[in-house]
Ligand binder design. Structure first.
Ligand SMILES: O=C(O)C1=C[C@@H](OP(=O)(O)O)[C@@H](O)[C@H](O)C1
Ligand SMILES: C=C(OP(=O)(O)O)C(=O)O
Length: 430
């Protein structure tokens, strides 16, 4: 399914933020790893969160869901033997479950998105699991991946953090369940470090003890712990909301988004500060962000690693700013659903934006006068490319057609409905 995005000068109205993807995947997992019943209020509904629902069910958890909550009876530290798991296109779900699969005799993660997740690397996690004695068969570090576990005991593990924080999160979910204590040392850099704060927060809520160094580069994890059944409430999602906020920033707007916690550990809440630095009129009080955009923005420089999943939305706003913006320290955007530097900038250029790439940087020469539009955009299987190009389309001179825009459902199935509620001219076409 494609979407036509037509020029829309103004946006107005109120929406509730979608539920956080990262907290939903984590709570589903910790509930499954607990013995007994956990309840999660307001879990996200999207392809990625559904992938976690499907896989924990296959591993033996029992799920009952209504409009408000999901009640999960977990399998504790004994997932049932399953031959295959299908994580769809969800990177975090795959990596977290590769860790948990170490408790299973023989599981194969199948490759259902060869052109997206099928191209992403998992070598650093495969190497770390190997140090625990887990046998992993793979295709040069990529899917399909077969894990023959059962023998991991804990001990010393080294893992690189230079490509993704998800490998470290996977080890933090697994090691508390092992017989012996573990010491995890992170090698090189740790990218998306703020996300580890979300993992540790959820583990603590689940009753798990982890001793972390202040810089998150080393961890001591006591073994033989058990996840406790809990009641969790999922907060609103900043990465998805970042695109709506960027849309409000580039138009004449009066847009309110509720359910965005000011004290959240989501790094992407930086979208609010970034738009403020760009001189977009906004307030953030009582978990509510109100943007009263006038279409005028100033260029900025920003360390994108602090807000990985909001960078594309920030770049889309910068396309219309006065001056040159620079988003640096973003190399790991290359290892996402697509290469979010080369592929994304190609699509932005087609739409008329003036952008330049470096290995780890995105440079945007702003065009306050607007961009031409009038072209077809390749979504590259990437929900965040789809959301960000929509922002650009709203302020283009001619409509943009975003091909295969249904992939937005990876994290934010109601994105175009929310934009329509705010008055955007967007239309699904076959
Ligand atoms: O742990 C998580 O839930 C995630 C970590 C981040 O990935 P990286 O650590 O690979 O940057 C983020 O981009 C992804 O959307 C979700
Ligand atoms: C990169 C993302 O997700 P994942 O790594 O979980 O596929 C994302 O949601 O932008």
């Amino acid at each position: 399914m494609d979407v036509i995005v037509r020029p829309t000068p103004s946006l107005q109205g109120e929406i509730g933020a979608l539920s956080s993807k990262n907290y939903t995947t984590r709570y589903l997992l910790t509930a499954a790893l607990a013995e007994g019943q956990s309840t999660i209020y307001y879990p996200a509904h999207s392809e990625d969160s559904d992938a976690m629902r499907r896989c924990i069910t296959d591993l033996g958890a029992v799920l009952e869901e209504d409009d408000e909550k999901i009640v999960i009876t977990g399998f504790g530290s004994h997932p049932q033997a399953v031959k295959e798991l299908n994580v769809g296109n969800a990177g975090a779900v795959l990596r977290f479950l590769m860790g948990i699969a170490s408790l299973c005799p023989d599981v194969t993660f199948v490759n259902t998105y060869p052109d997206s997740l099928g191209k992403r690397p998992h070598d650093d996690l495969i190497d770390a699991l190997g140090q625990l004695g887990v046998k992993v068969d793979h295709r040069e570090g990529k899917l399909p991946i077969r894990i023959q576990g059962g023998q991991a005991k804990g001990g010393k593990i080294q893992v690189s953090g230079s490509v993704s924080s998800q490998y470290l999160s996977a080890l933090l979910f697994l090691t508390p369940l092992l017989e012996e204590d573990s010491e995890i040392e992170v090698l090189h850099d740790l990218k998306s470090k703020v996300v580890i704060g979300q993992t540790l927060e959820v583990l603590q809520e689940a009753g798990i003890i982890i001793h972390a160094s202040d810089d998150y580069m080393s961890f001591r994890v006591p073994g033989q712990q058990s996840y406790q059944p809990r009641t969790y409430t999922v907060q609103g999602d900043y990465p998805g909301s970042a695109a709506v906020l960027a849309a409000a920033a580039v138009t004449n707007s009066d847009v309110t988004i509720h359910r965005l916690k000011e004290q959240s550990k989501q790094g992407e809440r930086a979208i609010v500060d970034v738009l403020r630095m760009m001189e977009v009129p906004l307030t953030h009080e009582n978990d509510t962000v109100v943007v009263k955009g006038n279409g005028r923005l100033k260029a900025i420089e920003f360390d994108g690693d602090a807000a990985t999943d909001a960078v594309l939305a920030m770049v889309a706003a910068a396309v219309f700013a006065e001056g040159t913006s620079r988003f640096y320290n973003v190399e790991n955007l290359r290892y996402k659903e697509c290469d979010r530097i080369t592929d994304y900038l190609n699509e932005l250029s087609k739409a008329g934006a003036r952008v330049e790439e470096r290995q780890a940087e995105i440079i945007v020469h702003g065009r306050p006068e607007g961009v031409e539009g009038g072209v077809e955009i390749n979504a590259h299987f990437d929900h965040r490319v789809i959301m960000a190009l929509t922002v650009v389309g709203l302020r283009a001179q001619k409509p943009l057609v975003i091909k295969d825009a249904h992939h937005v459902a990876k994290s934010y199935p109601q994105y175009f409905d929310h934009l329509t509620t705010l008055g955007a001219s967007v239309e699904w076409v076959k």
